[in-house]
Structure formats: structure tokens, C-alpha cells
Design a protein around this ligand. Structure first.
Ligand code: BG6
Length: 476
């Protein structure tokens, strides 16, 4: 058998994309509550105030807040033994800088965690999945300000104490490495991660450097704290890593491909190697970036290395060569790979890429890896309560096969495979409901209309078999 007996099979969801109930239980407004729906042609709009004439998909989500018991039953039926959820910081501290937490918010997540445990599902908790109280942006300037690190740590300590003994697996941040996608989509990415628009930054180079540094520092401090609270805690960080291949074998292009691919790894280096990397510090010095780092940070980095790496993987791209060429651009900079098919949203489908990144990570850091997100966003058609989503099954089969190869043939240590959005939810980049990833269909459209009823897709039965066989039977 390729996978260990206790291998985690399940899925990942994020509070702002599924919970809804944005004003219930004392929740405060958070950054994503101000982002309207968009589409793959029309970018999401980020508004300063809530405009009652506009649609904000986080306000309803898929109403997981009121449906979590039913949804967890469906996950259990599929055989899940793990579910990654995020805690929305603004439910625990509505403004982010309070001393006392909001008890209703703590109770809500306690109920969800209890429900998971009662159904044999290990909760894996992301502490920050694009959920930042908006007050911290307006009042403090978001992660540019080191004070936000202290507020984050106070929040982490509160929830880690509250759920101590129930939750063992914690994730400090989701995909903070996408802060700087270097593509025309930059606004939505800097906003998702820090609640700030790239196009409005006065000094983007310095701002992004500071945000990236402060979040990384906050992450290692949270690891130290979590280990002090309970030495049994396993604390990791989730990175979204899309390989960027060389354009061709011309040596300068190969070097450029390597550097482009490695661009996202400085935070992984810092969280795994016990120090913020020299090459990055020197780059900041040469750019005259004032990081406002402090001597005591060195000890935090040295004592706050993560226990595991979470890998979110969807696609790959190729690096732009040194001379201009024609080519379609990809979401995170670089070009589309002509050898690959793309999803309807232009994400290059590349199962080999997941094996490539797993190898790259494992050989560099030798830490256990968990696949924390993987999946295909697609338009589904429902007829008489049935969804025949063979395209989704096909995508997942090939990716699980590649994960198996990484484990069996390349000796990568991997302890779980979680798909993204096992139940349909709101897309992060486009805000649509029609970009669906789930095994479970939710009756809700882009206009927020629908009964919210849940239906099992064909992939539901397929994933159930995969889990039952511990990944041995992945064909239909
Ligand atoms: C990941 C994020 O990058 O991609 C998720 O962690 C997100 O929050 C997922 O939903 C898929 O992206 P999208 O835009 O299709 O929802």
C-alpha cells in the first residue's frame, strides 16, 4: 500500500467562502466582506463601504454557518478522516485589536470542531485564510505595521487555548506567498492576503517586502506559541506553489526559469530553515527597503520552524524568456504552457507538476508534506438532481496518481490529500458560485438565488471508493 494507514483523506474549505452569516454571532466586518462578485472576464470590485446595490458573495457564502451539521454528515459519508477549515479572525475579535474575545464566535467553532470529532474527522485549522478584520487595515495599515503581529498572536493564543486537546493540527497562514503574483491580477491578490490594493500602494516594493516579512515573522512566532501551549501541537504553513518551468533549454532562459520558480520560496525557506534568508535580506538592502526588522526576530526565526508543509497545487506555467515572445499570460505571471490543456478559467492542468513540487519541497526541507488543496474549478450541469462530473474525476485521478508516484517512486513523505472545496463554495479569485470544485453540489447561483439544497455529484461516490481503498482504487 502506498499511503500509510492513518493517511488523511478529506477536503479544505475557508470561512469567508462558505460560512456566510457575515453579521451573525457578533462577527465584525472582514476584508472579503467588501469584495463583490466578478467572473473570469470581469474582475471583482473592492469597495470601501458596503453598497446595498452590489452583491457580496461572502455575506451568504453557502450558509455553512447554519448547514455545518448536514455538511459534515455528507463528508463523513464520503469517508473523510480530516477536514481543513479556517477560523475567521473577525468572529473571535470583531475589530481585531480587542483584549477580550467574542464568546459567540468561540462557541461557533467549538461546535463545529465537536461535530467533526464526533464523526471521526480530524480538524485541521487554518488561522488565517484571507480573513483579516477590516479595522486592522483602516486603523493600523494592515501587515505593514508590526502591531498587527501582536494582535494576530493574541488571536492565535486565544483559539489555541480554547481548543487545546481537541485540535492538534494548525496552519498559521494560507498562501501568503501569493502576495506578489506579478501579473495583472495583482490587486485581488494583495487584497486577499493583506486587504490592500496593489494599485494604491505608494511604495509597492517596500510595502510588499514589509507585509511578507511581518507575516512570516508572525507565522514563526505563532509556531513557538503553539508549541508552548501544547508540545503535541503540529503547526504548519500552507503555500500555494505552482511550478514555473523554463521556456526552453537556452541556458539564460533555464536560469530565469529557475529564479522565477524559486521566487515564492523565500517564506518557505524562512519558516523551515530557522532563519530569514540572506539572499532576500541582501536584495532588500540593495533596493533600500526599510523592513523595520528587529534583532530579536532572529531568535523567533530560529525557534519557530514549522512541523509540516501544506501544499496547495492547481496548475503550472512557463517563465517568460529573455527576448519577447508571443504567448498567453498565466495567472501568477509567466506564460501558458502549450503542452497543457487549460481549465475554463485558464489554469494549466498539469498532474506532473504536483509531483515536481512535492519533490522540490521534500528534497529542500525534508519535512512531511500534506496536500492541502487540489482540484478543478468547472461549470457543472445539474439535471434531476444529478451531476455527471467525469471531468472532475479525471483531473483528480491523474493528480492522485502523481502524488502516489511521488511517495512510491521518489520517497516523498506525504501524510494527507485534501481536495479544495469538497462542497461547492464561492470562488476566491472571481467570487462566482459557478466555478465549482465540490463532490457536493449546492443549489445557489451567481446572483445568490437558489434553495441551498445539497446534492451528491458522481464524483461523491468515486471519492468515497478512493478513500475506502486508501487510494488503491482510483479508477471509476
Ligand atoms: C487557493 C485558495 O489559492 O485557491 C482558495 O487557498 C481558493 O481560497 C482556491 O478558493 C481556488 O481558487 P478560486 O479562485 O478558483 O476559488
Amino acid at each position: 500500500m502506498t499511503f500509510t494507514k492513518d493517511f488523511f483523506w478529506g477536503g479544505s474549505i475557508a470561512a469567508h467562502q462558505c460560512e456566510g452569516a457575515w453579521q451573525d454571532g457578533g462577527k465584525g466586518p472582514a476584508i472579503m466582506d467588501f469584495v463583490t462578485k466578478g467572473s473570469n472576464k470581469e474582475p471583482r470590485t473592492i469597495t470601501n463601504r458596503i453598497d446595498s446595490k452590489l452583491d457580496y458573495p461572502s455575506h451568504l457564502g453557502i450558509d455553512f454557518y447554519h448547514h455545518y451539521q448536514e455538511d459534515i454528515q455528507l463528508f463523513k459519508e464520503m469517508g473523510f478522516n480530516a477536514l481543513r477549515i479556517s477560523i475567521d479572525w473577525s468572529r473571535i475579535f470583531p475589530k481585531g485589536d480587542e483584549l477580550e474575545p467574542n464568546q459567540d464566535g468561540l462557541n461557533f467553532y467549538e461546535d463545529v470542531i465537536n461535530e467533526l470529532l464526533a464523526n471521526g474527522i480530524e480538524p485541521i485549522i487554518t488561522l488565517y485564510h484571507f480573513e483579516l478584520p477590516i479595522h486592522l487595515v483602516h486603523e493600523y495599515g494592515s501587515w505593514k505595521n508590526r502591531q498587527v503581529i501582536d494582535f494576530y498572536l493574541h488571536y492565535c493564543e486565544t483559539v489555541m487555548q480554547a481548543y487545546d486537546g481537541k485540535v492538534k493540527y494548525w496552519v498559521t497562514f494560507n498562501e501568503m506567498n501569493h502576495l506578489d503574483p506579478q501579473s495583472k491580477q495583482s490587486d485581488i491578490f494583495t487584497y486577499l492576503i493583506a486587504g490592500l490594493k496593489y494599485s494604491e500602494m505608494e511604495n509597492p516594493v517596500e510595502d510588499l517586502a514589509r507585509i511578507g516579512y511581518n507575516m512570516t515573522l508572525a507565522g514563526v512566532k505563532a509556531v513557538r506559541l503553539g508549541h508552548e501551549i501544547n508540545s503535541e501541537n503540529k503547526i504548519g504553513c500552507v503555500f500555494g506553489l505552482n511550478p514555473i518551468y523554463s521556456y526552453d533549454c537556452q541556458p539564460d532562459n533555464v536560469l530565469k526559469g529557475f529564479l522565477d520558480n524559486d521566487r515564492d520560496y523565500y517564506q518557505v525557506d524562512a519558516m523551515c530553515n530557522g532563519k530569514f534568508p540572506n539572499y532576500k535580506m541582501k536584495q532588500y538592502q540593495s533596493l533600500d527597503v526599510k523592513l523595520r526588522n528587529q534583532p530579536s526576530d532572529v531568535e523567533d526565526f530560529s525557534k519557530g520552524s514549522i512541523d509540516f508543509i501544506g501544499l496547495n497545487y492547481y496548475m503550472s506555467s512557463i517563465s517568460e524568456p529573455n527576448i519577447p515572445v508571443k504567448g498567453e499570460s498565466s495567472l501568477f505571471g509567466g506564460l501558458q504552457n502549450p503542452y497543457l490543456e487549460q481549465s475554463k478559467w485558464g489554469w494549466g492542468i498539469d498532474p506532473t507538476g504536483i509531483r515536481y513540487v512535492m519533490n522540490y519541497l521534500y528534497r529542500k526541507y525534508e519535512l512531511p508534506i500534506i496536500i492541502t488543496e487540489n482540484g478543478l474549478g468547472a461549470t457543472d450541469k445539474i439535471e434531476n438532481g444529478k451531476v455527471h462530473d467525469d471531468y472532475r474525476i479525471n483531473y483528480l485521478q491523474k493528480h492522485i496518481e502523481a502524488v502516489k508516484q511521488a511517495v512510491e517512486e521518489d520517497y516523498v513523505e506525504c501524510f494527507g490529500y485534501l481536495t479544495w472545496g469538497p462542497i461547492d463554495l464561492v470562488s476566491a479569485t472571481t467570487g462566482e458560485m459557478s466555478k465549482r470544485y465540490g463532490f457536493i453540489y449546492v443549489d445557489l447561483d451567481n446572483e445568490g438565488e437558489g434553495s441551498l439544497q445539497r446534492f451528491k455529484k458522481d464524483s461523491f461516490d468515486w471519492y468515497q471508493k478512493v478513500i475506502k481503498s486508501n487510494g488503491e482504487s482510483i479508477q471509476e
